[in-house]
Design a protein around this ligand. Structure first.
Ligand code: I6G
Length: 673
């Protein structure tokens, strides 16, 4: 029995020591904080119950990291201790009761209550008011000298202002990466294909422990103080709260949420308030801290091996937990976006049980190096939907690759993913059940077919009641089918039928817009209508032809061609026309008098005096077509800098070539007329 307890203690110590190195020395933990806390808690309990096995070198008596060799070492004159933790109101109540018993006083002590920032503890040593040295906590006795890096943090004063600044004062506090900066950093890292930080704490730690302070300077870190260490030749107030206010007067940053309270109720109310409002704070916090405010009482209470008796942290439920990825499902959103969703072994994170988490897109799966069966970390920060933030290096020989589908799981249409787009989409458009509601709502919207009385709710209802599947079905609706719908009635039903009749008289531009082709907004729909004049001409257009249209680039052209290639889309269009939708014929714009009518230009290479879009517009304004590729039909190629294959082809075909200056002269010559 005792032997197995001893074995468990030794095993836990070994594991914790290893995790300390991953966490503190390499900023790259391989288990979640919650899992680590549980191991420490288990070790402490076993050591308390079996004091014969408790030894001073146990990691349960240390406060954290070891020291990296690459930074010079700093011995803390007064050790930088950690805080004890409570996890429930019962444990908090025990903590306060222990205090009161020790103090043996009839009055409840005041508590200074503070948010517990999830960052990296550091010490700032000011001599004669000047920042002399900054160090990490390290193992509590010896830390790392990070003075150069800390001096790049914008809210840390290099010189303290005001009177009565002590000759020597050591300020202690937390360096954090604010949440907004953390999100922006990760977004940019993703765009550049670089590794993301798993959470703001790792981001702060990783940024501060850079050997090159130029890198730290680029990271938006912030510092907030929570206390005072060494003090020489200085007088300070007798209240912790007042001391913090004095630090503020000297220019040191405090969090805005520091208060004074008393008793279990005061502390619990503060905890509850901070738990509910943590999303509104600019930095991530993982709990609250209660400190006996009276310094004389603090001295009376003293310390137990690794923490002050006069303070404790009250931890929030963990926001990160580890679990196993059981499967990946693919969801089709209302806009056709295919989102991989992680199906997880249920796990309790941040107060709720999570069994699903978004994986965003295929790139994210690759970035995480994810396989089915892997052990992963799930994070549920603030109000954000749960995320899988990293894969843990737990070996699983049965892990299985995740295969991204090629056909939509809802309607079996092809899934398309355009270059430069992270999102893959179902091409089912008007036909896919997952996209139906969105497509029909868009069709009915004011800027498209403008059907009065057909807002989001009514469309949802009509689809849910199986009365319509496509926009064309709207025109087969009968008053009798509508009257019984929720919040409808005979008058509204009749108005709706009338609105459906009225909308049939539209314009080609609005009809094109109403089809909901990706990237085709109002302006593009109008340009397409004016260029092609008829729906048939638009349906037949290939990419090259589409590129001649104002404002249509490669991506829009691809989406248009793709849309009209889907037979289910063509069927819906036919049904809409059958239902009687029509528009007046568009007269071709009077172009005959323009000087470049009938001429096709191709722009290639880099233009330095004007943007390519401006050159295209200027040529089109003179009646020219501007095409994306060179063929025998091309009349002239404008070759900018570093022109490549199009220029060679023009030379091969003996097509006239002008450079950018030639184009400028050409445009100027027409202006002059
Ligand atoms: O690690 C800590 C975080 C926050 C602290 C702390 C704190 O106050 C808000 N306060 C003390 C006294 C200690 N560590 C030792």
């Amino acid at each position: 029995m005792t032997n197995s307890v001893k074995d468990t203690i030794l095993k836990l110590r070994e594991q914790i020591t290893l995790h300390n190195i991953h966490y503190h020395t390499h900023d790259s933990p391989i288990i979640t904080d919650a899992e680590y806390d549980r191991k420490i808690q288990q070790l402490r309990e076993l050591e308390q119950q079996n004091p014969q096995f408790d030894t001073p070198d146990s990691p349960s008596h240390k406060v954290g990291g070891t020291v990296l060799d690459t930074f010079s070492k700093v011995k803390h004159e007064i050790p930088m201790l950690s805080l004890g933790n409570v996890f429930s109101s019962e444990e908090l109540s025990d903590f306060i009761e222990r205090l009161n018993n020790r103090l043996n006083s009839t009055t409840e002590p005041l508590f200074c209550v503070e948010p517990k920032l999830d960052g990296l503890a550091i010490s700032l040593l000011y001599q004669q008011g000047i920042l002399f040295r900054a160090a990490t906590r390290g193992d509590g006795n010896v830390g790392e000298d990070v003075t150069h890096n800390v001096k790049t943090i914008r809210n840390i004063p290099h010189i303290l202002k005001g009177d009565n600044v002590p000759d020597t004062i050591e300020i202690r506090g937390e360096v954090v990466m604010p949440i907004a900066a953390f999100n922006t950093y990760n977004e940019k890292a993703t765009q550049k294909g670089e590794k993301n930080f798993a959470n703001p704490r790792n981001a702060a730690a990783g940024s501060l422990r850079q050997l090159d302070s130029k890198i730290t300077a680029k990271r938006p870190l912030a510092f907030y103080c929570y206390g005072i260490g060494l003090l020489k030749k200085g007088i300070l107030p007798n209240s912790h709260y007042q001391r913090l206010q004095l630090l503020k007067q000297w220019g040191l940053p405090l969090t805005n949420e520091i208060e004074i309270t008393t008793g279990i109720k005061g502390c619990m109310d503060y905890y509850q308030f901070m738990l509910e409002n943590r999303n509104t704070l600019p930095y991530e916090i993982d709990g609250t801290v209660y400190k006996v405010d009276d310094i004389a009482l603090q001295q009376q209470l003293g310390f137990i091996s690794r923490a002050p008796r006069w303070a404790t942290a009250h931890k929030f439920p963990a926001q990160e937990e580890q679990t196993v990825l059981l499967n990946v499902e693919f969801q089709v959103g209302r806009t056709g976006a295919i989102t991989p969703v992680a199906i997880l072994e249920p796990v309790f994170v941040g107060g709720v049980t999570i069994s699903r988490a978004s994986l965003h897109n295929q790139d994210e799966i690759e970035r995480l190096g994810l396989k089915i069966g892997d052990t992963v970390v799930v994070r549920r920060a603030a109000d954000v939907i749960p995320q899988v933030t990293r894969t843990l290096p737990v070996k699983n020989r049965q892990s299985k690759a995740i295969i991204f589908p090629v056909l939509c799981p809802v309607c079996n249409s092809e899934i398309e993913r355009f270059e430069d787009e992270a999102v893959a989409r179902c091409s089912g458009g008007l036909y896919c059940a997952a996209q139906r509601k969105e497509a029909i709502q868009y069709f009915c919207s004011r800027k498209a077919m403008n059907i009065d009385g057909l807002g989001e709710k009514v469309v949802d209802l009509l689809v849910d009641e199986n009365l319509i599947n496509t926009p064309a079905d709207l025109f087969n609706l009968k008053t009798e089918q509508l009257v019984d719908l929720e919040r409808m009635g005979p008058k509204k039903a009749e108005n709706l039928i009338q609105a459906l009749i009225n909308c049939k008289q539209t314009t080609l531009a609005k009809f094109i817009l109403s089809l909901g082709i990706r990237e085709v907004g109002e302006a593009t729909a109008k340009n397409l209508a004016e260029f092609f004049l008829t729906l048939d001409a638009l349906k037949q257009a290939d990419t090259e032809k589409l590129l001649e249209v104002d404002d249509v680039g490669e991506i829009v052209a691809k989406h248009v061609v793709y849309f009209f290639r889907q037979t289910h889309n063509l069927k819906v269009i036919d049904a809409l026309l059958q239902a009687g939708i029509q528009w007046p014929t568009i007269a071709a714009k009077e172009k005959q008098s323009l000087p470049l009518v009938g001429k096709t230009y191709v722009l290639t290479g880099t233009l330095t005096q004007m943007k390519r879009a401006a050159a295209k517009e200027a040529l089109q304004a003179l009646g020219a077509k501007v095409s994306g590729s060179v063929s025998a039909k091309t009349d002239c190629v404008v070759a900018g800098e570093s022109a490549g294959s199009k220029l060679s082809k023009a030379q091969e075909l003996n097509i006239p070539i002008i450079d950018e200056d030639g184009l400028v002269d050409l445009l100027a010559s027409f202006k002059a007329h």
